[in-house]
Ligand binder design. Structure first.
Ligand SMILES: CC(C)(COP(=O)(O)OP(=O)(O)OC[C@H]1O[C@@H](n2cnc3c(N)ncnc32)[C@H](O)[C@@H]1OP(=O)(O)O)[C@@H](O)C(=O)NCCC(=O)NCCS
Length: 179
């Protein structure tokens, strides 16, 4: 993981112009270079403390992104992520989300909770949140409209004590467990 840079737009456009990648995301589809440039510019414009955002790079190509938005007044963080389809199923989302949550709880000593949300049909993302050891807390039915469809949002959360108490295992070991 590393901060975004303007040159990332070409790689982002390559993986984001994919209806499978975009299926559950509120993003333009088709997704062009201008959309990627706007995305990267938006990431560069974020406050690095309040809303850090990283590119996920493998073999010198950007293959995804992850961000954590903090609501410090509520001692709360919220993560979001995506990975290029060519790299799905390799544990990348779980690996980068683990790192971001660990860093968030380490750097921000008052932080009590990290939450995340996925479309109820997005089984891969629901599985990532489960593998992270987050608790499925509830469903907000038709809470958002994406490309004309009402979305049921599944919300997950993990509290500081729960994160601290989870076994320290490698991503490979986490992947072996049936949660
Ligand atoms: C969701 C997403 C980030 C997952 O990334 P990833 O790097 O493939 O995630 P991981 O490899 O860490 O874990 C994915 C898990 O979902 C499982 N999975 C994927 N598709 C599945 C399916 N159709 N049914 C059941 N499980 C599925 C994988 O098998 C894996 O679980 P396992 O390790 O127990 O086998 C990726 O699919 C993505 O970017 N999708 C498009 C954008 C998006 O939806 N972002 C999330 C918004 S909330």
């Amino acid at each position: 993981m590393r901060p975004h840079c303007e040159a990332d737009a070409a790689d982002v456009a390559r993986f984001a112009d994919d209806p499978e990648w975009a299926r559950y995301l509120p993003v333009p589809s088709p997704y062009g270079l201008a959309d990627a440039k706007a995305f990267v510019a938006a990431q560069l414009g974020l406050d690095a403390i309040q809303h850090p955002s990283w590119a996920v790079e493998v073999d010198e190509a950007v293959v995804g992104g992850i961000n954590c938005r903090f609501f410090f007044e509520h001692q709360l963080g919220e993560i979001g992520y995506s990975i290029a389809r060519s790299r799905w199923g390799q544990g990348l989302a779980t690996e980068v989300a683990t790192a971001i949550i660990q860093q968030a709880f380490t750097v921000h000593r008052d932080l009590q909770r990290i939450r995340a949300m996925a479309d109820s049909r997005n089984v891969a993302s629901l599985r990532v949140l489960q593998k992270l050891g987050m608790t499925r807390e509830g469903v907000l039915r038709r809470n958002r409209v994406v490309r004309g469809a009402g979305i049921d949002e599944v919300w997950f959360g993990v509290l500081r004590d729960e994160w601290a108490g989870r076994p320290l295992v490698s991503v490979e070991e986490v992947n072996k467990h049936d949660y």
